[in-house]
Design a protein around this ligand. Structure first.
Ligand code: NAD
Ligand code: ZN
Length: 254
């Protein structure tokens, strides 16, 4: 069933929540666009201006690391003040009231945590862009620490002070292995859910896009909330093609 207006969506979502014992949300860049962070695939999205740097190139070359950090700081300046939107806040409330057990996210912006969801309930498939890690020894560095060294050296990406390894923002790049623990936890939550809401994802990035399919095959009701059609709309129990903030706003008070 495809629903295009906010009122029918609220009604139908309410029914599905009432029938569900364990819900899971799966979010993509679309939930953060109203916070001022563009998604990748809408016109004028991030990809138009910033081709991602593949993982092997980052590891192989100091120049690429310099370039990756230069881009990261440019994006940071634009996005660091972003605050959770209506979608984040509605999901936080649904977690608090026990309607949602966990949030699996492709986003790296930390906005689910900032909206008040406990860290252990947010499963980050693509990491987190608000800090950095040494790729060799996993030492953690704050972005401001990297920025300071980057600026002092005239644009050279710093290495780990402990082991000399490359320091990279704690996100998963193309070509980089998926985080094992998070993939495992996402699978467990997906298979335990009887209601699975995919929100603001184009569902074209794999293996993340496999979770909605996995939930549906396992017998969960699948809901897709996204402005644009996705390849999985056909198998969903409910498709809401509307603005995420508008659709979820009533749940802030429900
Ligand atoms: P995507 O850019 O591929 O798709 C986003 C989808 O959201 C689009 O289909 C778009 O139509 C829809 N959308 C955008 N704003 C919406 C709104 N207000 N209401 C309803 N729908 C809306 O995003 P993706 O599937 O998450 O995959 C992109 C990859 O890029 C992810 O792997 C993620 O790690 C990364 N990314 C993250 C962020 C972030 O952390 N905020 C931002 C950009 C990209
Ligand atoms: Zn190190």
């Amino acid at each position: 069933m495809i629903v295009k207006d906010r009122n029918s969506a609220f009604e139908r979502l309410g029914e599905l929540f009432a029938q569900s014992r364990r819900g899971v949300a799966f979010t993509g860049a679309g939930i953060s666009t109203e916070c001022g962070i563009p998604d990748f695939r809408s016109p004028g999205g991030l990809w138009t201006n910033n081709q991602p740097i593949p993982f092997d190139e980052f590891v192989a070359s100091q120049e690429m690391r310099n370039e990756a950090w230069r881009r990261k700081f440019a994006l940071e300046d634009q996005f660091r003040s972003a605050k959770p939107g209506r979608g984040h806040r509605a999901l936080a409330r649904l977690v608090r009231t026990g309607k949602l057990e966990a949030i699996i996210t492709q986003n790296i912006d930390n906005l689910h945590q900032e909206s008040g969801v406990a860290r252990e309930k947010v499963i980050e498939l693509h990491g987190n862009g608000t800090y950095a890690l040494c790729l060799d020894c996993a030492a953690r560095y704050e972005i401001d620490w990297v920025r300071e060294r980057f600026q002092q050296s005239g644009g050279i990406a710093p290495s780990c002070t402990g082991c000399g390894g490359p320091v990279k923002s704690a996100t998963i790049s193309f070509g980089q292995a998926m985080p094992e623990l998070e993939m495992q936890r996402a699978e467990e939550e997906t298979l335990a859910a009887d209601l699975f809401l995919s929100i603001g994802s184009s569902l074209v990035v794999w293996p993340a896009a496999g979770f909605p399919v996995m939930a549906k095959r396992n017998g969960a009701a699948l809901i897709i909330i996204n402005r644009e059609p996705t390849d999985f709309d056909r198998m969903a129990d409910l498709v809401v093609r509307d603005d995420i903030g508008d659709v979820l706003e009533p749940f802030l008070a429900a």
